[in-house]
Design a protein around this ligand. Structure first.
Ligand code: COA
Length: 298
C-alpha cells in the first residue's frame, strides 16, 4: 500500500535502526528512507546487512550497514559513532533487534532467559545510553536550533496479560516498555528527546510469526481476533513514521499496541442470539424477584 504521509515528513533526518536489516525493522528502515531519512542499519549478519543496504540504495535511499551485537557495549558505541561519522549526526534511534523462541518456563534454562533479556532489554538500554550525547538537544552533531531527537523501542503485547511459552520475552518486553516510559520522563525533561514504543501483535511474513505462530495456531487464532487477520509490516512502519515525524511532536512515553485489538480478545462463550434470549429471561426473573426482603434463615 502507498503511504498516506507526504514523502518529505522525515526529510534530512538520520536514523539508526538495530535489527533494521530484516523483518519489521527493515520495513521501518525502508519507510523512513522513503519519507526522506538517511538510514544506518545495525545487525549481526554481514550478508543480511549487505542485502538490506543494496535494497535501500536501489530505492534511492542513502544507507549504510554496520555489523554489531547490541549485547556488546563496545559494538553499540562503535556503531553509533560510525553512524554520526558517516552522516554527520543522529536524529532517530530505533531499537528493533530482538531474540525469541517458543519454550515452556520449565524447559527454559536461566541462560536462555538471560540471553533474551540481554538482547531485548539490556541491548535497548545500551543503545539509548550510547546514542544520548548525539540525540540530546544541542548534542554533538546537532544544530543549536534543532530540538532533541527521537527514540522508538519495539516491544510486544505478550506481557499485557500472560503468554504461553514466552516468559523470557514477556519479561524482556515489559522491561523495554519500562525503559520507554522512564527515558521519556528523564530525557524528555532534561534533553527534549521523545521516547515512544510500538507493541506489535502477530505480523505476517516475519521471523517472529513463523517461529511463534505456526500455521495451525495461526488459523485458530483468527477465530478470536477482532480484525480476523494478522498485521502487515507496513502497519508497524506507518505508525513509526507518524511517531517519528512532527505529527507526533507531543507524543512522549506512549506505547502504541498495533495488533488489531488481539490482546483484548477472548473466546466467545455465547452466541449473540443466545445472549439476546438469555438476557431477556434473566431480566424478567430479576424484576419478578422480591426486593429488600431478607431470605436468610439465620
Ligand atoms: N529453545 C530453548 N533454549 C534455547 C533456544 C531454543 N530454541 N535457543 C537458544 N536457547 C538457549 C540456549 O540453549 C542457551 O542456553 P544454555 O547455555 O543454557 O544452553 C541460550 O539460549 C543462548 O543460546 P545461543 O544459541 O548461544 O544464543 P545466540 O546468542 O546464538 O542466539 C537467540 C540468540 C537464541 C535469541 C537466537 O534465537 C537469535 O539470535 N535470534 C534472533 C532472531 C530472532 O529470534 N528474531 C525473532 C524476533 S521476534
Amino acid at each position: 500500500m502507498d503511504s498516506p504521509f507526504n514523502a518529505d515528513v522525515l526529510k534530512g533526518k538520520v536514523a539508526l535502526l538495530t535489527g533494521g536489516a530484516s523483518g519489521i525493522g527493515f520495513e521501518i528502515s525502508t519507510q523512513f528512507g522513503k519519507h526522506g531519512a538517511s538510514i544506518a542499519v545495525m545487525g549481526r549478519r554481514k550478508n543480511v546487512l549487505d542485502d538490506a543496504v543494496s535494497a535501500l540504495n536501489s530505492l534511492g535511499i542513502p544507507a549504510v550497514g554496520f555489523e554489531g551485537d547490541v549485547r556488546k557495549q563496545e559494538d553499540a558505541q562503535r556503531v553509533v559513532e560510525a553512524t554520526v561519522k558517516h552522516f554527520g549526526k543522529l536524529d532517530i534511534l530505533v531499537n528493533a533487534a530482538a531474540g525469541n523462541f517458543l519454550i515452556s518456563a520449565e524447559d527454559l534454562s536461566p541462560n536462555g532467559f538471560k540471553t533474551v533479556m540481554d538482547i531485548d532489554s539490556v541491548g535497548t538500554f545500551t543503545m539509548c545510553h550510547e546514542a544520548l550525547k548525539y540525540l540530546k538537544k544541542g548534542g554533538q552533531g546537532r544544530s543549536s536550533s534543532s530540538s532533541g531527537g527521537f527514540i522508538l523501542n519495539i516491544s510486544a503485547t505478550l506481557h499485557y496479560t500472560a503468554s504461553w511459552y514466552q516468559i523470557h520475552v514477556s519479561a524482556a518486553k515489559a522491561a523495554v516498555d519500562a525503559l520507554t516510559r522512564n527515558l521519556a520522563l528523564e530525557w524528555g525533561t532534561d534533553y527534549d528527546i521523545r521516547v515512544n514504543g510500538i507493541a506489535p501483535g502477530p505480523i505476517g511474513d516475519t521471523a517472529g510469526l513463523s517461529k511463534l505462530l505456526p500455521q495451525e495456531i495461526n488459523n485458530k487464532m483468527r477465530e478470536n481476533s477482532p480484525l480476523y487477520k494478522v498485521g502487515e509490516k507496513w502497519d508497524i512502519a506507518m505508525a513509526a513514521v507518524y511517531l517519528a515525524s512532527d505529527a507526533g511532536k507531543y507524543i512522549n512515553g506512549s506505547i502504541l499496541p498495533i495488533d488489531g485489538g488481539l490482546w483484548l480478545s477472548k473466546p466467545r462463550h455465547l452466541s449473540k442470539d443466545a445472549v439476546r434470549q438469555v438476557s431477556r429471561a434473566v431480566e424478567k426473573r430479576s424484576r419478578a424477584a422480591p426486593v429488600g426482603i431478607p431470605t436468610s434463615k439465620l
